[in-house]
Ligand binder design. Structure first.
Ligand code: XMP
Length: 514
């Protein structure tokens, strides 16, 4: 698919390159990320309307600092340099950059010092986000400063005639108020792009790329029922039809109605080839007597791989493995801190497959953010129930059934969970909540129902708000919603006589109990 309008984001190793590309997409223009090593010739062939140099961790004054092809400056295409991108542009155009005594990290306020098309509509004294060690201290010939901040005299510079622009702050991050105004100014006014790109264009383009890569070969996709794998499967199916085979493993640890929903959507509505592996018994046998959380997780992960492998082998020749990796997963998996994402990864990428079953990966969503994936899912016709669902962990109810995981306890938990979610939906709060879950606790309590003494299971309800699951806050329900859920649970679920609400934020608690 050909784009009449393209902005190239040249990546200098910034954690924000994808975010820049995303902001350009928000301005309804197609954007493509290339490594900083891309040659001017290669870029010229793509006929872009503009180029954005990303930030990056290097200092431009070191010998090994990354440099773009100098010919880029002679293509006559507008360039915007952000942070490191500004500095590398400055130095390559004959200016200089120095390292002040202390790095600037955090909010700054912008003061306009000259007229600029780039800054039109950005108000003075609004916050911009700075994060840099080096600063521009000598302007290249023909450049002028258009904005400064208290600690950064050259916060925005430009050579108007040659359409070269640079900013020291990060317009792409949400902390920069009116950052999107700057991106739009660059893309729409300076590069003269017409804002006509949308998710429909993404589908056409991604499908064409998948077709070109796959040819007449076969793609395998592990379907979990979650948003990401569902959207990846629907997109790949659109591209290559029956060359896609999905495998859905029912581990018996799913929510009520989950397996049926997946079968109905993917087999009946989308007519996707779906191999359904009924593996509840195998998971339950292996989980017998296990109560330690990490052991549970490892067992569930291992059995999943075993079954997935068996299913994959039964398909004969398979060339590609599709994964619904999103851009935030990519960042998290390379984050030095490891953190909870390490757990997510170890379960989700099918990295445990044996040597002779290695596939080439297809990750059609890896440049997208979660909300973009949801838009894409809608564009592909997936139902709301799949697109807008809360995250659900790979080990499923296995890590919410605290203590031993048995069929009976899982059935109880499924009922409790279904009621809680139903009450949240009924109150119209589902969309406000990042994730709602229930746990069955390994304690029993005394109650009274009718005139009878009972001695039954205890469950806890949890709902959190969050941006990215790295931190989370407990959700403040109107009391009547909790009351309705608790009443129904005690009345309708035979083995439960007590309901708790979890008011722990993350940190110190994690979202899941195990
Ligand atoms: P925690 O409990 O670490 O969870 O605060 C953060 C987010 O990750 C989800 N989660 C998982 N997702 N496989 C997954 O796909 C896993 O093993 C896993 N463990 C936790 C959790 O539901 C929450 O959204």
């Amino acid at each position: 698919m050909k784009h009449t309008q393209t902005i190239i984001v040249l990546d200098f190793g910034a954690q924000y390159s994808q975010l820049i590309a995303r902001r350009v997409r928000e301005a309804k223009v197609y954007s493509r990320i290339l490594p900083f090593t891309a040659s001017a010739e290669e870029i010229r062939k793509l006929n872009p309307n503009g180029i954005i140099f990303s930030g990056g961790p290097a200092s431009v004054n070191t010998a090994e600092s990354p440099r773009p092809d100098p010919e880029l400056f002679s293509l006559g295409i507008p360039i915007l340099g952000i942070c490191y991108g500004l500095q590398v542009m400055t130095v390559m155009q004959g200016g200089s950059v120095t390292r002040p005594d202390r790095r600037e990290y955090g909010f700054a306020k912008l003061k306009h010092t000259d007229d600029s098309d780039l800054l039109t509509g950005m108000h003075e004294n609004r916050q911009v986000w700075m994060s840099h060690g080096d600063s521009v201290d000598g302007l290249p010939d023909g450049f002028k400063v258009t904005a400064s901040s208290e600690n950064c005299p050259a916060a925005a510079i430009e050579h108007t005639g040659r359409q070269l622009y640079g900013v020291q702050f990060h317009p792409e991050v949400a902390h920069t108020e009116e950052g999107q105004t700057l991106i739009r100014n660059f893309v729409l006014t300076i590069c003269r792009c017409v804002p006509d790109w949308d998710m429909g264009s993404f589908v056409d383009q991604a499908a064409a790329e998948i077709r070109a890569k796959v040819g007449s070969r076969t793609v395998l996709c592990g379907l979990s029922g979650g948003v990401d794998s569902s959207v990846a499967a629907a997109l790949i199916h659109k591209a290559v039809g029956d060359q896609l085979v999905c495998v859905f493993v029912n581990n018996g640890l799913l929510r009520k109605g989950e397996a049926d929903l997946v079968l109905q959507v993917f087999r009946e509505s989308f007519h996707i080839r779906l191999q359904y592996a009924e593996a509840e018994d195998e998971f339950l046998q292996n989980l017998k007597g296990i109560t330690e959380p990490e052991t549970k997780r490892k067992i569930i992960g291992k059995i999943f791989i075993d079954i997935f492998e068996k299913e994959a082998r039964s398909l004969g020749q398979v060339d590609f493995l599709a994964q619904g990796t999103l851009y935030p997963d990519v960042i998290e998996s390379i984050s030095p801190s490891g953190g909870p994402s390490a757990t997510i990864k170890s379960h989700h990428n099918v990295g445990g497959l044996p040597e002779d079953l290695r596939f080439e990966l297809i990750e059609p969503l890896k440049e997208l953010f979660k909300d973009e994936v949801r838009l894409l899912g809608r564009e592909l016709g997936l139902p709301d129930e799949i697109i807008n669902r809360h995250p659900f962990p790979g080990p499923g109810l296995g890590i919410r059934c605290i203590g031993e995981v048995t069929r009976e306890r899982l059935d109880t938990l499924r009922e409790v969970d279904a009621i809680f979610i139903e009450e949240i939906r009924k109150a119209g709060l589902y969309g406000e909540i990042w994730q709602a879950l229930t746990c069955l606790l390994p304690v029993k309590s005394v109650g009274v129902q009718g005139d009878e003494r009972t001695y039954e299971e205890v469950c806890s309800l949890r709902a959190v708000t969050s941006e990215d699951a790295m931190t989370a806050d407990w959700y403040r329900f109107p009391p009547e919603v909790l009351q309705a859920a608790a009443n129904r649970i005690c009345n309708e679920v035979e083995r439960v006589n007590r309901v708790l609400y979890d008011v722990t934020s993350k940190p110190p608690g994690t979202v899941e109990w195990e």
